[in-house]
Write a protein of this length. Structure first.
Length: 105
């Protein structure tokens, strides 16, 4: 059975995680099938980069998300529409004048 879970990297007391697709019975940092994202809890706010199309592909093939990865994916999915709305250009709606401008003739 495949799992999508965290694999720890980084030095002692400086954790950095990869989000990997891996066999459930393999060691935490064992050989993975594919790296589908990263998670750095040391930044403020914590940075998460996900390949959402690959995560969707693997979950479609039967891979299970670990509890922590499920929270990260849900949080990223909730933040994505808010970021898209915030970064979308605001187009002004043209309004028609209430009175025509007086002519100078």
């Amino acid at each position: 059975m495949l799992m999508i879970r965290l694999s720890r990297r980084g030095a002692r007391k400086q954790p950095y995680y990869r989000i990997v697709v891996i066999e459930k019975d393999r060691a935490r940092d064992g050989r993975s099938v594919e790296v589908v994202g990263t998670y750095n809890p040391r930044t403020n706010p914590a940075s998460v980069e996900l390949k959402s199309e690959r995560i969707a592909y693997w979950t479609g093939k039967g891979a299970q998300l670990s509890d922590r990865v499920k929270k990260l994916v849900d949080k990223a999915a909730a933040a994505a529409p808010a970021q898209a709305a915030a970064s979308a250009p605001i187009t002004p709606v043209p309004t028609e004048p209430s009175e025509p401008a007086p002519s100078a003739a």
